[in-house]
Design a protein around this ligand. Structure first.
Ligand code: BTN
Length: 241
């Protein structure tokens, strides 16, 4: 495993993106930092992590094929891999909250930010950014956030967790041709699948709907109160839970 450890950096995703633009790096090269100073989250949000307590890291994947059918499969593979790795550490009630937050006991313990680039030769590469709350105990103004330490009341070894996640990602990546198997697994882990749930749209209007699944491009498919099925992308709605 090629793991680059940095004491501090603005964002491991940005660092790895620049590194891969200037050098040919090994597939699954990983950059991890103790202190991420300007971490990026989904929807343009920032990702804040206490110095030294958590795992903030990014993994580089250079895809050999020019057509991956759909790039959303990288998000699917990553979410499944993290859940499989965390199961080994006996985390309970693990779910994927669309599109790819990882929850344990209904609390967010991990966020994923995948950034894909299509090169001029048609080749695709992905930077898979993962923020996993490991040993941080306090989350101010984040009532839905938690960590492994908070949930299991013990300190976790970050290095061994990191290696387990990279290993699980590599092994699920090998299954990328078996799209049906991966989608089935993703849907079986999807939080609130088939359960009436409250959502909020861009106009901050709340509505009730039932999750039917996620489309191949990553849109959430909801059955609305009038029984129609509508697809939403990440910028259009958020789940309230
Ligand atoms: C989310 O909003 O839930 C996604 C958070 C992703 C955070 C990780 S931490 C490592 C990597 N580097 C970043 O700047 N962001 C991702």
């Amino acid at each position: 495993m090629n793991i680059i450890k940095l004491n501090a950096i603005d964002s491991t995703n940005n660092f790895l993106k620049e590194l891969s633009a200037t050098q040919i790096i090994e597939n699954f090269t990983t950059v991890v930092t103790e202190n991420q100073l300007n971490g990026k989250g989904q929807r343009g949000a920032s990702w804040v992590s206490e110095n030294g307590k958590n795992l903030t890291f990014s993994i580089f994947i250079r895809h050999p094929e020019k057509n991956l059918n759909n790039l959303y499969i990288i998000n699917i593979i990553t979410s499944i891999a993290i859940i499989e790795a965390l199961k080994e550490y006996h985390l309970n009630d693990l779910h994927i909250k669309w599109p790819n937050d990882i929850l344990s006991e209904n609390k967010k313990i991990c966020g994923i930010l995948v950034e894909n680039t299509i090169k001029s030769n048609g080749k695709i590469q992905s930077i898979v950014g993962i923020g996993l709350n490991v040993n941080q105990r306090k989350f101010e103004n984040l009532p839905q956030a938690s960590s492994l330490a908070q949930l299991k009341n013990k300190v976790f070894d970050k290095d061994s967790l990191l290696k387990s996640i990279i290993q699980a990602l590599k092994s699920n990546y090998k299954k990328r041709d078996d799209i049906n198997f991966l989608w089935k697994k993703y849907h079986s882990l999807l939080f609130k699948m088939g359960i009436p749930t409250v959502f909020e749209n861009k106009q901050q209007v709340k509505f009730m709907a039932i999750i039917q699944g996620v489309s191949s491009v990553g849109k959430l498919q909801l059955q609305l109160e009038n029984d129609t099925i509508k697809e939403f992308d990440i910028k259009e709605i958020k789940m309230l839970y």
